[in-house]
Design a protein around this ligand. Structure first.
Ligand code: 5AD
Ligand code: SF4
Length: 476
């Protein structure tokens, strides 16, 4: 087979949704085929979007490479959620610019939230960037690349009210072959006062459920055993059938995806405390393959701060939702996002966050210092008046408490047996597998003959720390 045929064959396979990488030592002899390299930053949605971008690029003869030195096109899929996230990208661009000096023909593109937030000014600030493409404009990439090849810059940062990339079959880039993300909606209508996402990702829109089910089915047939349904606020998923007017809620969608196959685990992220319904909790309870795990960001444990954050719930409401979860799903774990040092937060209000964390018994939390984002409601209305040292010391208190809670949480699992989906080798040893429980806890255990990634095993837990459970395989 000549190299061109080989590439054609690989391209066809890639369109079936599997990523492939031609060997970087192998010269690309087909002049129509070029290599792209993509780095993703920030949330799972960005990683999922990069797989859509890979699919769009494969349609115009680009193949992925893992080696930046071999790329004709370098893309950074960026995050704007905190100032630090943008600083990281700018640092990375400095390194990439050096490469571009050496190889001026390399095309460099910024995708995602930073492209959307900074628009044209990004091209002016970062002279060596050729492409700036917002999250709703990825279909335009081939055209924009042509413009750059003709000597212009390529920019499209138009946001859309309809785009969901529903018909695009993502190419799984960093796949373990077992777990995959499925994007079910885009944008956010919530306007939390601290958050830049509604400005960078636009209005909320939901994807056709039939394309979601088709994607889940296809993944299962390919050997995947877990899908995570992604959206900024999955509980507000809403889709109306254009012919029958039938309405699909998130509870309906979850049930349909769970029915794809009992061996396909279903997870979802992110839930919003104001929107998560008992109907969703009952669907989780009804299906063994919908995981007993809810990521339910609280952000703060104090009602005044929650109101300033425009979260539209208070401390009592959040506690009530946790109680509903405990009643309907007694085995479920809950994790959270927390922001410390939001505008005017007092020491007492910070203590309210600590006490709520203990009460809610979060299995895990993502914790951040407040970072003012230009253009947000909070930036316009409130002063970012908590000194950095105070933000930092509150953050370290929160991190220390979460570690203690997680350690105790995991210690309670010792002596129990969990059904675990094997994801691959553990980070530390090829003699051990890693996998997750339904409750999203990472479990490490010695390999045994006959088991492979994608298999379910029962693991008896012998020990634990704040991040991991350790055990061994037992008969169910
Ligand atoms: N500063 C700090 N953290 C933020 N987040 C969102 N915006 C900001 C900000 N301006 C956090 C929230 C959100 C998570 C994805 O990032 O906790 O849930
Ligand atoms: Fe940002 Fe709030 Fe939307 Fe989450 S729900 S993306 S925090 S505005």
């Amino acid at each position: 087979m000549n190299p061109t045929e080989n590439i054609d064959k690989l391209m066809d396979e890639s369109r079936q949704g599997e990523a492939f990488y031609i060997s970087d030592n192998e010269p690309v002899t087909d002049t129509y085929v070029k290599r792209f390299y993509i780095e993703s930053y920030g949330c799972a949605m960005n990683f999922s979007d990069s797989e859509i971008v890979a699919s769009i690029l494969s349609d115009c003869s680009y193949v992925p490479t893992k080696d930046i030195e071999h790329a004709h096109l370098i893309l950074l899929n960026t995050c704007s959620i905190r100032e630090k996230a943008e600083d990281t990208i700018r640092q990375r661009l400095k390194v990439i610019n050096k490469l571009k000096y050496r190889k001026p023909d390399t095309m460099v593109g910024i995708l995602g939230c930073m492209a959307e937030r900074l628009k044209q000014s990004l091209l002016e600030e970062e002279k060596l960037v050729d492409l700036v493409v917002g999250p709703d404009a990825y279909r335009d990439l081939p055209g924009l690349i042509n413009r750059v090849e003709d000597g212009s810059k390529g920019i499209n940062v138009l946001l859309s009210r309809e785009e969901t990339y529903a018909d695009i079959s993502p190419i799984r880039l960093e796949s373990n072959g077992v777990t995959a993300f499925i994007s079910i909606m885009r944008g956010c209508d919530n306007m939390c006062s601290f958050c830049v996402v509604p400005f960078t990702r636009g209005r909320e829109r939901s994807r056709d459920p039939f394309t979601i089910i088709a994607e889940a089915t296809h993944l299962f047939e390919k050997g995947f055993r877990e899908v995570t349904l992604l959206g900024q606020n999955v509980d507000s998923y809403k889709w109306q059938h254009p012919d029958t007017n039938e309405l699909f809620s998130f509870a309906n969608l979850l049930e349909l995806v769970a029915q794809v196959h009992p061996d396909l685990r279903v997870r979802f992220s992110t839930s919003h405390p104001k929107d998560i319904t008992d109907a969703v909790l009952h669907v989780i309870a009804k299906y063994e393959n919908i995981c007993d795990y809810i990521h339910l960001p609280v952000q703060s444990g104090n009602s005044r701060i929650l109101s300033m954050m425009n979260r539209t719930y208070d401390r009592d409401w959040y506690m009530n939702r946790i109680m509903a979860i405990r009643t309907i799903l007694p085995e479920a774990t809950v994790s959270s996002d927390i922001i410390t040092g939001f505008c005017s937060e007092t020491d007492e209000e910070h203590l309210d966050t600590l006490s709520l964390m203990s009460w809610a018994d979060f299995s895990m939390s993502y914790m951040f210092m407040y970072s003012e984002r230009p253009g947000t409601l909070a930036a316009r209305k409130y002063k970012d008046d908590i000194p950095d040292e105070v933000k930092k010391s509150r953050l370290s208190e929160i991190v220390a408490l979460q570690n203690d809670i997680a350690r105790a949480h995991n210690a309670r699992d010792i002596g129990k047996t969990f059904k675990v989906l094997i994801e691959g080798d553990s980070r530390k040893s090829n003699d051990e597998f890693k996998g997750r429980t339904s409750q999203n806890k990472m479990v490490v255990f010695p390999k045994e003959p006959g088991f492979k990634p994608g298999d379910y095993v029962h693991v008896y837990i012998e020990s634990s720390n704040s991040a991991t459970l350790k055990g061994h395989i037992v008969k169910p």
